[in-house]
Ligand binder design. Structure first.
Ligand SMILES: C[S@@+](CC[C@H](N)C(=O)[O-])C[C@H]1O[C@@H](n2cnc3c(N)ncnc32)[C@H](O)[C@@H]1O
Length: 281
């Protein structure tokens, strides 16, 4: 198995475990109070109250990508790495019965959770598809908005993701994603499989992110908002996964979570969530 596939499979294992009761992941692990991640990510209490509780407690985002998006009734929204569906359901309300929302995710447990939440919310305009964000199961030129919440950092092939975004958008279609970006990440953190699933090791710099989107042919590429994490929040991202082997690693001899203990202070100011926008010409 290639390294890229091993990374995807370790990420999928982590998120499958997270949704069935384990811990890991973007926004904090098992010790984070249920629902805290969503509140911290910037959803309003009113938005959260309107959703099935499982969609809120199983959210692992780092922003609220739809907060400032001008999504209109009748449009088509695609969510990359939709997870348990929190943004699918918010998008469903914005596009209304005449619009469509498609979520793509690779993890069976997440797809099952999203489908349960879509059914519980009675959102008939939402479809959840299994697939990779590097090879989207979506027709070219059919989507008005691509959104994503804390997912692209997890991809070992970000240029493929950026090309796929450009492919599926209609001319004039827009992208608005919340994602983790980093500055000067120490190499030993980069090598950690657990820090990868926690949305830190795979994250790239803001400049690399914007350049990648431009190379894919997108325009009006910009950062709209930044939320820089304090050491305590980075610590929550990196915290131990319940029951995980101490040296769990996907990429060969990488540092374990235990070895990462205490690095949060060093990372303060170097890890943030950015809201990144772009448009297909
Ligand atoms: C950090 S969670 C975010 C979930 C959701 N967006 C939210 O805000 O709660 C990452 C999700 O992306 C999915 N994912 C990660 N890499 C992926 C890939 N390469 N292709 C498809 N899904 C992926 C994981 O299975 C997981 O459900």
């Amino acid at each position: 198995m290639e390294d890229k596939d091993r990374i995807r499979s370790e990420v999928s294992r982590s998120y499958g475990a997270a949704v069935t009761g384990g811990g890991c992941c973007c926004g904090g692990g098992a010790a984070a109070p249920k629902g805290a991640v969503a509140r911290f990510a910037g959803y309003s209490p009113a938005e959260l109250a309107a959703l099935p509780s499982e969609a809120v407690t199983n959210s692992f985002g780092c922003g609220n990508p739809l907060a400032f998006a001008g999504v209109r009734e009748g449009q088509t929204v695609l969510d990359l790495g939709a997870g348990a569906g929190i943004d699918l359901l918010i998008a469903a309300g914005k596009v209304g019965p005449g619009g469509r929302v498609i979520g793509v995710d690779m993890t069976d447990e997440m797809i099952a959770a999203a489908r349960r939440n879509v059914e519980a919310a009675g959102a008939a305009n939402v479809e959840v598809r299994k697939g990779l964000i590097e090879a989207l199961p979506v027709e070219s030129g059919t989507v008005d908005w691509v959104i994503s919440n804390c997912v692209i950092n997890l991809s070992p092939e970000k240029d493929r993701v950026f090309s796929e975004i450009a492919r599926v958008l209609r001319p004039g279609g827009r992208m608005l994603v919340s994602d983790i970006v980093v500055r000067d990440l120490p190499e030993f953190v980069r090598q950690s499989a657990s820090a990868w699933s926690s949305c830190i090791a795979g994250a790239i710099s803001e400049e690399e992110y914007l350049d990648g989107l431009r190379r894919a042919g997108l325009v009006d590429v910009e950062v709209r908002e930044r939320l820089t994490y304090a050491a305590s929040q980075i610590d929550a991202f990196l915290e131990s996964e319940e029951g995980a082997p101490v040296a769990a690693s996907c990429c060969g001899g990488a540092p374990s979570r235990v070895m990462l203990a205490g690095v949060a202070a060093q990372l303060e100011g170097r890890v943030w969530s950015a809201k990144i926008a772009a448009r297909k010409p």
